[in-house]
Design a protein around this ligand. Sequence first.
Ligand SMILES: Cc1ncc(COP(=O)(O)O)c(C=O)c1O
Length: 256
Amino acid sequence: FGESIFDSNTIELIKNIANSQYLHFKGFHCHIGSQIFEKESFFKEVEVMTDFIVEVQNKLSITVNELNLGGGFGIYYTEEDKPFEISSFLNEYIKVIEKNISNKNLDIKKVQIEPGRSLVCNYGSTLYTVGNIKNTFGGKNYIFVDGGMTDNIRPALYQSKYEAILANKVNNPKENIYTIAGKCCESGDILIKDINLPKAEIDDLLLINSTGAYTYSMSSNYNRIEKPAMIFINKDKINIAVKRESYEDLIRNDLI
Ligand SMILES: Cc1ncc(COP(=O)(O)O)c(C=O)c1O
């Protein structure tokens, strides 16, 4: 989405917006991607965007007052992810932003960021009940859970990786390689491929961590499956934040 700052037509577009009687041009919004683990990328973003602002101001004789730098701060899903510590990063980030603004003599009055998943993702987990285990003729071990792509579409949509534990067997030795599948009866309804876990049995509790972002908000009623409840836990305080959907909820808007 968006327009490229490297496209010469973009300057013309900004000019049209700035000159429009219907629009009020305030500044720029950018977003360099998601799950970025190098602080330098964000510092470079500030440098590139503030250079671009200088160019726009010089070419169009307008003043840019706002800059939104988007999000993308990487978080932990699996051992492959090496996130930086966010609060110390933000201090460095602010210094880089302030330095660029003052060195380039800009009149930026508002800088925004959109921290996205880094705010909430690690604080949510999804708890499933194991419904069945299947050892296939081809030698694969499947754990089927009472959820799947309806409550977390990310693995099916863009091959996102997750870790999991059997919550009622955390101290048991890991014995088997399993694939965790949902209950949608779709070949893509796989939550985790090849994870080493203790021997699983029906009614075990399987917990997938780092599901606090882009799960409930991206959930669906595919195959008329009800969305699960969402529970907030704060020390010994437990609150139902969102009720579990019922079959009645699923047909609430049906008229005929
Ligand atoms: C414009 C914009 N800002 C912020 C975000 C948040 O990204 P993330 O959750 O990866 O930090 C996104 C996510 O795609 C986005 O498109």
